[in-house]
Design a protein around this ligand. Structure first.
Ligand SMILES: *Cc1c(COP(=O)(O)O)cnc(C)c1O
Length: 368
């Protein structure tokens, strides 16, 4: 009986491997969570609204005004969504014909571009970035543009932490002009604000930018993101978004988080985390279990370990939860570590030093 019910699901859904979110993998009862790139600290908000019998506005006007002010764009260039994740999904819904159109994405990167295309039955063209520099393979992208409606680029890239060269992004916008939208996921842009592409929106009608309050703004729990694009693109997305995607408490708190004093707090938090990152890189480079630390411009580090599996499990058992990247293309033996508070980073390093003393790595045959 249940077997038959399962067969009712669409074929691609039956075969689908769902997104492995940090919260699904578990470990949330541990004491140090460094696996979801969240802010390790929080500010405390109170909802100003007290009654909830009415539906919210589809696109909360005051929230759009606040964000427009923050990014220096006009209101008609902004869509509010249930996290940046909903923006990823809406773009595919609105622009890709199932079984006909395609998307390009460039792994190793954020997995939700692929997962959403899969769910929608839209073809996925994988054009991996160049190994170790993690820059775009522009030639291959150019050769594979047929039927492609959306090119997803994550900048700074998750999980590698690098910045995509601005000149490459501009080349990409030029080669796709009139054929595909380039969607730049700027979930971590507050950690490298000079790299934002928002100023190119007036020049390139095919540019779309995704933003979120989940990372630098420390509001992953409220689920609020933004899609920035030309007015025409925003109008199309407004046709497919659900009627009331943003609940009243969410817009209420999001608006507070965009007030001048909160933006100042956010910028200070970013400075702290960027400093912790520099400290952590130095410390990691002195651990003999570390094979390589990749340069990062966001609130996480990609690190290649000797005996990565044992490192991961040892820390897990100590209540320090990291994100295993070993299964991702070109990321063998790599682990992603979110930047926590100074104390959390210190505890991580202490455990890694103990681990390093108890094991011998260089030239370890079992690992080769
Ligand atoms: C965390 C993350 C998101 C998701 O953002 P939400 O607003 O929480 O949905 C999107 N893109 C990237 C690259 C991320 O790392």
């Amino acid at each position: 009986m249940t077997d038959n019910i399962l067969k009712l699901a669409r074929n691609n859904i039956q075969k689908l491997i769902p997104y492995q979110s940090a919260r699904r993998i578990g470990g949330e009862h541990a004491n140090i969570l460094l696996n979801a790139n969240e802010s390790p600290t929080s500010i405390f908000f109170q909802s100003k609204k007290k009654s909830f019998n009415r539906y919210p506005e589809c696109q909360p006007n005051n929230l759009i005004l606040s964000y427009a002010n923050y990014v220096d764009l006009s209101c008609n260039q902004i869509l509010v969504t249930r996290g940046a994740d909903e923006g990823i999904e809406l773009l595919i819904k609105a622009f890709c014909e199932p079984g006909k159109d395609a998307i390009i994405y460039c792994p190793p990167t954020y997995d939700m571009y692929r997962v959403n295309a899969k769910i929608a039955g839209v073809e996925i063209k994988e054009i991996p970035t160049i190994k170790n520099t993690w820059q775009l393979d522009l030639l291959n992208i150019k050769l594979n543009l047929s039927r492609v409606k959306l090119v997803y680029i994550c900048n700074p890239n998750n999980p590698t932490g690098n910045i995509i060269l601005k000149k490459d992004l501009i080349s990409l916008l030029n080669i796709t002009l009139g054929r595909s939208l380039v969607v730049i996921d700027e979930a971590y842009i507050e950690f490298s604000p000079q790299e934002s592409m928002t100023s190119y929106l007036k020049e390139y009608p095919n540019l779309v930018i995704l933003r979120t309050l989940s990372k630098a703004f420390a509001l992953a729990g409220i689920r609020c993101g933004f899609t920035l694009a030309k007015q025409e693109v925003i109008q199309i997305l407004n046709k497919v978004i659900s009627p009331y995607p943003i609940s009243v408490p969410v817009s209420d708190i999001a608006i507070q988080s965009l007030e001048v004093n909160c933006i100042k707090l956010m910028r200070n938090r970013v400075l702290d985390l960027n400093n912790n990152r520099i400290w952590l890189i130095n410390q990691l480079q002195n651990c003999s279990c570390v094979e390589k630390v990749f340069e990062s411009h966001a609130n996480y580090l990609l690190v290649k370990f000797f005996m990565f599996e044992k490192v991961f499990l040892t820390l897990w058992n100590k209540g320090i939860i990291l994100r295993n990247q070993n299964e991702k293309i070109n990321l063998k033996k790599c682990i992603r570590i979110s930047i926590g508070t100074y104390l959390e980073s210190l505890q991580l390093i202490q455990e890694l030093k103990i681990f390093s003393e108890q094991n011998i790595f260089q030239g370890d045959i079992s690992e080769k």
